[in-house]
Design a protein around this ligand. Structure first.
Ligand code: SAM
Length: 221
């Protein structure tokens, strides 16, 4: 029997409409639930589907980032794909965070994809950007498609100041949508961080023609 390699893209189908999506990372096959709402805009219900950026960031950390043994935290985790893949990749523990309305959805996807014995290494927390958190600093912060609201950049930077120690690294992916996403880089650079763009060759080649940017953020010493 001929086997077809799993690919992200299927030109005959829009996977964003599915109630469940399948992703393959090495030996792991993930099932991620999506929930559809009548109202989806920049401010509502954005976390209930898997954005392509989440897949790209998950693929990057699975294949290229140093995650093993690290304490990781995802901001705006929504569907949980990136957090679950960080766990698969050997993170010591993962904090999947978002606004309170998404937390049950996140818990559901984690429970579907992580065995009950392993579930204690992924915690779900409410974390609103810019507010004080009592989560301790972590080694790796992850964020997919969370830079599209430029009015939130200041809050995100405050959150990074609380969550990152001197050696922490943050990876953010975004698609350029002309919503001033790039202002995040300038603001972070002026507030104690160094932002470097990772070459596009590090991303899944299926997306070579799309305007995705992967940023690596560190603290200035
Ligand atoms: C476009 S979705 C991306 C979801 C997921 N990371 C992905 O790429 O599939 C943006 C996410 O950021 C979260 N978010 C937006 N504003 C936020 C805020 N002020 N504090 C915390 N989370 C926020 C949303 O709830 C949502 O889950």
């Amino acid at each position: 029997m001929e086997m077809t390699k799993w690919q992200f893209r299927n030109p005959y189908h829009d996977p964003r409409q599915d109630t469940e999506r399948t992703f393959v990372f090495g030996p792991h096959t993930l099932k991620i639930k999506q929930q559809h709402w009548d109202k989806v805009d920049l401010h509502h219900n954005t976390g209930y589907i898997v954005w392509d950026g989440a897949y790209l960031l998950a693929r990057f950390i699975f294949e290229r980032a140093e995650i093993q043994g690290k304490r990781c935290l995802e901001l705006g985790a929504g569907n949980g794909l990136v957090s679950i893949v960080a766990h698969y990749r050997g993170a010591k523990n993962v904090a999947a965070t978002d606004m309170s309305e998404y937390l049950n959805f996140l818990r559901y996807n984690i429970a579907q994809n992580v065995s009950s014995e392993q579930q204690s290494s992924i915690d779900v927390y409410e974390l609103l950007w810019g507010t004080t958190t009592n989560i301790n600093p972590v080694d790796v912060v992850l964020g997919s498609e969370i830079l599209y609201l430029s009015e939130q950049h200041e809050g995100l930077i405050k959150t990074l100041q609380q969550l990152m120690h001197a050696q922490s690294v943050a990876y953010f992916i975004y698609k350029e949508r002309r919503l001033n996403e790039h202002q995040f880089t300038q603001m972070a650079n002026s507030n104690g961080f160094t932002v470097r763009e990772i070459p596009k060759s590090a991303l899944d080649a299926e997306f070579a023609d799309e305007p995705y940017h992967l940023l690596k953020v560190t603290k200035k010493n």
